[in-house]
Design a protein around this ligand. Sequence first.
Ligand code: ZN
Length: 137
Amino acid sequence: MSDQHLHTFPLRLTTSAQDTDPADQQIAELLGAAYEGCTSCQDGQLTLITTSASATARLVLLALELTVQRLGLVPSELTVDAVPGRAALPFRRLARTSPDPAQMLRTCEGLLPGPRRAAANTAIDIAVGFAAASPGR
Ligand SMILES: [Zn+2]
């Protein structure tokens, strides 16, 4: 396993339903490592999380929740393939299905490892971007 760094992510990770998920701790460690620039921990956690369709879907969901908390909405560049932006297309596919968790999970289960990682990396970019813009909140 890892060399036991402790990374913390400064933003609260939650959904509007205030629910929790078994992957939440792993996701917090992944985002903390990304936020603090520890690529070895980030890579290790990313591999663990993207092995699981449900954990990957949860990561995307939490990134979308942060987006709504910060921007008040999910911009179309995160959901519509044709809108220019940096979000990976697999992230957009998952984001479109996010109102229906069962559908989102099925979509994530259907993603190959590469696209699943791409979706997760977009979620990381979004979350770290918000944290960098407002650290300690
Ligand atoms: Zn580390």
